[in-house]
Design a binder for this molecule. Structure first.
Ligand SMILES: [Zn+2]
Ligand SMILES: [Zn+2]
Length: 357
């Protein structure tokens, strides 16, 4: 009977976590010392697994140029929202923008189903602080390639947002809301692709599409490609490529990954100097996210784009210095004696929730 009750609690708590990521930590996730075990919890990750499996429905729905076109378009838009905004804006604050555009691109980034902007930025700042050290959550040299690519996301200890690492972001209740209920916008995008397919089929049946086909291509396949392209920066770009700078981690520059992720593949450049909006350090290193942000700066959507220091562009050696007025956490280049990282965030974002209240 007790086992039945515990199982019911486990299922209920996991399902609540699917919707509300700030709900209290379920008892079954806690270890004797009060921390959360750093191992996969596949039932809590069931939606993530299903998003992959549903892609196989392409066997039944087929394809059409318009459905594939929407999938590619949503890949590019959402990849830009992840690289340009989740990474270069929320994690590193390498440019400025208005609160309106901050919200728009937080929502677009969240539509890629890579959780909320606070969660993403907090984990990424942690990665820069402890790159390839034992506490780095996604280091291929610490826990293997598969764990660095996708395993760490399935761990309960990586599920919570560590508010202490993003004090500059918890001030915004709208961002906190997206972060807390991080499946609402992806669900809305999926529904929108379904409706789009229905409308297109109604207007012009010759397009050869329909609601189910558009849902599979526009949302599911596009989302899985966006996710795994992003994940390659945690895994492949710490394994394959060249190193311009002798950083304290294993980061590499990789032109294939740079094309795939719109510029993130210049990862060794980025680990060497994380304060610049631009990740390419040579004219021939293609960085589509930077070009796009540059165009957006001409439109005054963004401004104050932080540059790469001239000596780095010229290939001259000089010490790395962080510019002033950058977030304290993101400014950490290397930490000689890393502080222990708590696995559990005891009460996630109470102040921010009150503000959202
Ligand atoms: Zn890295
Ligand atoms: Zn970074």
């Amino acid at each position: 009977m007790a086992l039945l009750k515990r199982s019911a609690q486990y299922l209920t708590r996991s399902m609540i976590n699917w919707v509300d990521t700030y709900s209290p930590v379920p008892h079954h996730q806690l270890q004797a010392d009060g921390t959360v075990a750093d191992k996969a919890d596949l039932f809590r990750c069931l939606p993530f697994i299903l998003v992959h499996l549903v892609c196989f429905a392409v066997i039944w729905v087929g394809w059409s140029p318009v459905a594939v076109g929407v999938a590619v378009g949503l890949y590019l838009i959402r990849m830009f929202a992840i690289t340009g905004w989740y990474h270069r804006y929320f994690s590193h604050r390498t440019f400025k923008t208005t609160r309106f555009w901050q919200f728009v691109f937080a929502a677009l980034g969240n539509s890629s189903a890579q959780k909320g902007p606070l969660w993403w930025a907090a984990h990424h700042r942690h990665h820069h602080r402890y790159s390839d050290e034992p506490v780095d959550r996604h280091s291929p040299i610490q826990r293997g390639f598969v764990w660095s690519h996708v395993g760490w996301i399935t761990s309960n200890s990586a599920f919570r947002t560590n508010a202490e690492l993003v004090p500059d972001l918890v001030k915004f209740p709208e961002l906190v809301w997206i972060d807390r209920f991080d499946s609402v916008i992806p669900f809305a995008l999926g529904l929108s692709t379904f409706i789009l397919g229905w409308v297109l089929n109604y207007l012009d049946p010759a397009l050869g599409t329909g609601p189910w086909q558009m849902l599979i291509w526009g949302f599911f396949i596009s989302t899985v490609f966006t996710a795994h392209a992003t994940f390659t920066i945690n895994s492949l770009s710490h394994v394959y490529g060249t190193r311009r700078y002798e950083t304290t981690d294993t980061s590499k520059n990789n032109w294939i990954l740079a094309l795939l992720t719109l510029g993130e593949g210049w990862h060794n450049n980025h680990h060497h100097y994380m304060y610049s909006v631009r990740q390419s350090h040579r004219w021939y290193e293609i960085d589509i996210t930077f070009y796009t942000l540059k165009v957006m700066s001409w439109m005054r959507i963004v401004w104050d784009l932080k540059p790469v220091p001239a000596h780095m562009l010229a290939g001259e050696a000089a010490p790395v210095r962080a510019p002033r007025n950058m977030p304290v956490v993101a400014n950490v280049v290397a930490v000689s004696t890393p502080a222990p990282v708590p696995a559990v965030i005891p009460s996630p974002l109470p102040a921010a929730l009150e503000a959202a209240g």
